[in-house]
Design a protein around this ligand. Structure first.
Ligand code: AMP
Length: 382
């Protein structure tokens, strides 16, 4: 019996555990919070990721370790990797944790990125804004997620407000200033690389965010094949450079037909949740296959899929469950403002069936605004 250890016990760990059950896998989750939602399906070690006693207990009970949370301290990942197999490797995790390191890597690999500059002092911020130009975004280098740790600078005079908001973190997690990309589309490549270097990717996904949090994903994104090939080539280059094992997402902005890399998520990703019902093998199952050295499953998609995220509180499940192609995921979390508590996936054989299902669900849940950008994309000539 193989036990997979997962650092972080949120919905990603929960969905990994659910997808691993048919493979006969056991799981052990480690989280700082005793009520982490993956603990409803897997035993848990509660402890700080820096606590060597807790890490030692975790290591003694698992055969291999992986992550649902990319901000596990890289020293802790390295400590574990000295004792048990850890995938993705701690070096890859360390780069993906640092916006400066990942953008530098993308640039070295010839992957276009938004303009960026490292910022350590207020003077450097002023100089960076003068060079990059407003609008731009000041971000923490580490520990930011879902739009947290970010400040949008609309004009040069916003410098004081930006420094007041994030300046205190310049000396701890570090700061990076990025040019604001007036993108036409946000896309992601969700891909997997096996222990033997085999690489597969799911069809490109288009994503819509509200206040920095993913609101909806559509697959296939339906972009021209040259763009799709470029996105996959970027993802493969990054995975090979990092000797990455497991699933990851490369988030991209598309502006004037050019792809700019925003960030690398070193784990299964929210924009790949549609793969559970919408593809031959889900991102969760393929992540487990990869970290266990098993053959990877086919990533071809089954028709068309749209994932809608539920943030803050769960809506009524009835409209989605009433659809022939509707699938419901309740993460078993307490409702809280801004918290991802669940998602739904609508999967259909044809684009017109997906449009009709989205229209019905959006209307019945009074979430027209959430489905609107997806419907506009689906209705536009492709
Ligand atoms: P991030 O945490 O970097 O993925 O940012 C969250 C969201 O903020 C992204 O998905 C974008 O919608 C937006 N965003 C982040 N960086 C930029 C940028 N440089 N230009 C435009 N929008 C951005």
């Amino acid at each position: 019996m193989t036990t997979v250890g997962i650092l972080g016990g949120g919905q990603l760990a929960r969905m990994l555990a659910l997808s691993g059950a048919p493979l006969g896998l056991r799981f052990l989750v480690m989280d700082t919070a005793g009520d982490a939602c993956a603990a409803q399906f897997a035993p848990m070690v509660v402890g700080d990721y820096r606590d060597e006693t807790a890490l030692a207990e975790f290591a003694s009970r698992v055969d291999v370790a992986t992550f649902d949370f990319e901000n596990v301290p890289s020293e802790s990942a390295r400590w574990l990797a000295d004792r048990i197999p850890v995938f993705p490797n701690p070096g890859a995790l360390g780069i993906a944790q640092d916006r400066l390191a990942e953008k530098t890597l993308f640039r070295e690999l010839g992957i276009p990125v938004p303009e960026f500059a490292t910022v350590e002092t207020r003077e450097q911020l002023v100089a960076a804004i003068a060079r990059i130009g407003a609008p731009c975004i000041l971000k923490t280098r580490r520990l930011g997620y879902d739009g947290k740790g970010q400040f949008r600078i609309r004009q040069e005079s916003d410098v004081d407000a930006a420094w007041d908001a994030l300046g205190a973190q310049a000396g701890t997690v570090g700061l990076i200033l990025e040019g604001f990309v007036a993108f036409e589309r946000e896309l992601s490549v969700v891909a997997v690389r096996g222990r033997d270097g085999e690489f597969r990717s799911w069809p490109l996904t288009e994503n819509w965010h509200v206040s920095g949090v993913l609101s909806a994903s559509l697959a296939p994104a339906g972009v021209e094949s040259t763009l799709e090939r470029a996105a996959v080539a970027h993802a493969r280059k990054v995975a090979e450079a990092l000797d990455y094992v497991g699933v990851f997402a490369l988030e991209l902005f598309c502006r004037n037909g050019v792809l700019l890399a925003n960030e690398l998520a070193p784990r299964v990703h929210n924009s790949g949740h549609w793969t559970i019902e919408g593809s031959e093998t889900s991102q969760f199952e393929n992540h487990l296959r990869a970290v266990l050295g098993l053959p990877l499953g086919d990533t071809r998609m089954l028709g068309h899929a749209c994932m809608l995220n539920w943030v803050g509180e769960m809506p009524s499940p009835t409209p989605v469950l009433g659809e022939a192609c509707g699938h419901w995921h309740d993460y078993g979390k307490q409702p809280r403002s801004g918290r991802k508590v669940g998602h739904a996936t609508l999967r259909a054989d044809t684009q017109s069936e997906l449009v009709a299902a989205l229209e019905r669900v959006g209307h019945q849940l009074e979430r027209e605004a959430q489905v609107q950008p997806v419907l506009e994309r689906l209705r536009a000539p492709r």
